[in-house]
Every structure is written in C-alpha cells, then in structure tokens.
Design a binder for this molecule. Structure first.
Ligand code: GLU
Length: 426
C-alpha cells in the first residue's frame, strides 16, 4: 500500500490536499500523461514535523508543532512561505507546498515548491515568545534549509521580522551570514526593495489584465477586497491608483463599504492608527464581515484565508472577476458554480505569484551581493506577471479550459518536462 492509498481524494474532496491532488489529476489527464506522473507529484519529496518547546514569558513550557514540507526540487531549491496559524495541519502544508511548485513553474522562477507552518495563534504570544519559537523551529529544520536547498519566506502570520530571526539563527549556526537562506527580509538586512508590496502589485497587474480581457476599463470599475493585511491592503492601494473605485474592504474585525469608493490612502492612515478598517469615517459597516463577498462589484479579491468562496457562498458572489489574492480561497465546488454564471476566476498560482517572483529577485540579489533599484524590481515584476497572464489566458482559450486548469496544466507540464529530462536515479 502506498501513502496515496491512505489519503482521501475524490469524492471526499473537502480538504485543501484532496483538492490540490484532484487539480493535479485533472492536469495529468488533460496532458495525457501516464499515471506515474500523478503518483510522483501527488506526494511530497520530503516532510519534517518537529516539536517546538517554548518557554513562555511566565516561565511555563508549552510544546508547539511545526512542519516543513518540500514538495518538489526538479527545477531548483524548495521555495515557499512559513505560516503561523492555529489551523495549520500537515495536510494543509502539503497542499500549499504543492501549489508553490506550480506557482514557481508557471512564473518560470527556478525553484521547486515547499511550505512550512507552525500551529500557533501569533496574536496570543509576545514578540519575545515569537522570537524563541522562530529560532527553535529554524534550528530544528535547519538540516533541510539553505540557499540551494529550501528558502522560506513570509506567509500568513509571519513577516520580515520572522525572516530576520530565521536568517540570523541559520547564519549563527553556520558561522557566517547567509543572506540567501530566506527571502522577505527587511531591506536593511539584505531584503529587496519592492518585496513587501510585490504580492499586492502582482494581484493588481493580473486584475487589470483580467479586466481588459473582459473589456472592463479601470476608470469607473469597482472592486471589493477581503483582507487588509500583507496582500489586501496593497491590492486596494494599487487598484485605487489604477482608477478603480474600491467600494468595500474587510479585515478580521469587520467589513466596511462606500459606494462612491473608499479613500484608500486615508483608510491606511486609519488602520495604522486603530488597527482595523472598522469605524473608518464616511464608510458604512456591513452587518456581517463575510457579506463583503457578495458585493456588487466588477472585481472581488479574496485576500484572506482558504475556502471562503465555497458551495454555500458561491451562488451569492456577484463579481464579474475573482482574483485570488490568498492561497486556495475558492473551493472546486465554488469554481463550478462561478463558471456556470460566467464569472472569471483568476487562480492563486497566477494571481498572487508576485511575492515569490520578487523573492526570487531578492535571492538573486543576495547571491550576487548587488542590489537593484525599486523601479528595476517593479518593471521586471510587471513583465513576468503580464507574460504569465498571456501564457495562461492563451492556453485556456486554445484548450477550452478554465484559467485554473490552464495554469495548473502549464505548470505540471513544465515540472514533468524537467523530471523527464533529468531521468530517474538510479
Ligand atoms: N508565501 C508567499 C506565497 O504563498 C510567498 C512565498 C515566497 O516568496 O517564497 O506565495
């Protein structure tokens, strides 16, 4: 019995891992590949689960669980974020690692896919506690890390400070500074200009390309954005700068709307001052924060967590275009409902790939110890995002596929071609 036999796929397609495997299965079938390609890519190459003993500030000791999954290395080192979230499970990390393999292949960055996660709610821990958790986790997984092995980056619940601690811990144990071991570092510590806003900028590039494909001009168009964190906040800013009316936004505390368009710059000041979008002057609060998904807008950007557009919510989504700022916000059941209605869904592995693209630029700069200007970073990002959009859109039209199936097929094709050329050892 292989591991594949022990894990549910269809018809129990309710977990992110089952969904990711189903998408891989569909791509393998569409490409006409043999089943062994599915079997090889459905399971991660390496997985490490570690326990992390944490001394709390009150002196007590708590044991946390962390994972690092390296899904594939055929095109280069593993690459992917580290997530701090109470809902982290090994299966979720496996699914997200697989998505990273596709994302890197699709954007033609020379990496495989990986992901990490610690089951923790960072809001309940002090900065000193989070530093100890991060350093111990880094130490535990350090045999699997390295600029040519696996390169973490920020994800849900982690940030540039987390990356600085990881880089420092790894470097101290190696006896020299290794800037290329993580990306998403502070600019003062070998980070890249433009990395912090890269995912949001990429979302905006892709949203504008998708709108243009539907004949929607930015000026006069409207957008709603779920999540006002690392991805949603910048997406709101860049879409507003492109001329859209951002009519609704939400965060974990609530949702607000303003039909004439929110003043995003003023909203950012409000959020910096109060910690939430709630109570922003001139806006109206929505009764339920999840009602944001049902806004009458041209573009909906779910930029929070997984599975929010699902079998229950999809039929009430009115947007013409959904641009997946988060990883996995739309379930396969919801995809079918939205497709039926003619809604264009731009998948996560394309829409939010700007982060890993600039992570790649950061790694290249760190390895060369030569830093690019913000303009150079932004221009190269725009080129890559636009080129990937056209590849996915043209393949979708030519093969009569959804954008998600097109993107996954192109990525699987790229990874499978690398496997084929490298051959099996021994
Ligand atoms: N966590 C981000 C993602 O899901 C960035 C990963 C990276 O830069 O390696 O794409």
């Amino acid at each position: 019995m292989t591991e594949l036999d022990t894990l549910p796929t269809t018809p129990l397609a309710t977990t992110p891992l089952a969904d990711a495997r189903d998408a891989l299965r569909a791509a393998v079938d569409h490409l006409g590949y043999e089943n062994s390609v599915y079997e090889m890519l459905a399971v991660a190459r390496r997985e490490l689960t570690v326990s992390i003993p944490l001394r709390r500030d009150d002196g007590s000791v708590e044991i946390l669980i962390g994972h690092r999954v390296q899904h594939n290395f055929s095109r280069g080192p593993g690459k992917g974020g580290l997530r701090y979230d109470p809902a982290v499970t090994l299966d979720e990390v496996r699914a997200l690692a697989m998505l990273m393999t596709w994302k890197c292949a699709l954007l033609d960055v020379p990496y495989g896919g990986a992901k990490g996660g610690i089951r923790i709610d960072p809001r309940n821990y002090s900065k000193a506690e989070l530093e100890r958790v991060t350093r111990r986790y880094t130490s535990e997984i350090s045999p699997l890390l390295g600029p040519e092995i696996d390169i973490p980056a920020p994800d849900v619940g982690t940030d540039e400070q987390t990356m600085a601690w990881m880089m420092d811990t790894y470097s101290v144990n190696r006896g020299h500074t290794v800037l290329g071991v993580v990306t998403g570092k502070p600019v003062s510590l070998g980070g890249s200009l433009g990395r912090a806003s890269a995912t949001s900028r990429g979302v905006a590039h892709i949203a504008l390309a998708a709108m243009s494909s539907r004949g929607i001009a930015p000026h006069g168009a409207s957008a709603a954005i779920q999540g006002f964190g690392k991805v949603g906040r910048g997406a709101a800013r860049f879409l507003a700068e492109a001329g859209l009316r951002v009519t609704a936004v939400s965060d974990q505390y609530g949702a607000i709307e303003c039909g004439a368009g929110l003043n995003v710059a003023a909203l950012e000041v409000h959020v910096d001052r109060t910690g939430s979008v709630v109570g922003f002057a001139g806006s109206t609060a929505l009764a339920d924060k999840d009602d944001l998904l049902f806004s009458e807008v041209d573009v909906l950007v779910p930029a929070a967590l997984e599975g929010v557009i699902n079998a229950e919510t999809a039929s009430r989504v009115h947007a013409e275009i959904v641009v997946e700022g988060a990883n996995g916000p739309t379930t396969p059941e919801a995809d079918a409902i939205l497709a039926e209605r003619g809604c264009l869904v731009v998948p996560d592995i394309l829409a939010n790939a700007g982060g890993v693209v600039v992570s790649y630029f950061e790694w290249v700069q760190a390895n060369q110890a030569y830093w690019w200007s913000a303009d150079e970073v932004e221009q190269r990002l725009a080129e890559r995002m636009t080129a990937a959009w056209w590849r996915v859109a043209e393949h979708a039209t030519y093969r009569q596929l959804s954008l998600r199936d097109s993107a996954t097929s192109l990525a699987v094709q790229t990874v499978a071609a690398s496997h084929r050329m490298r051959g099996l050892y021994p």
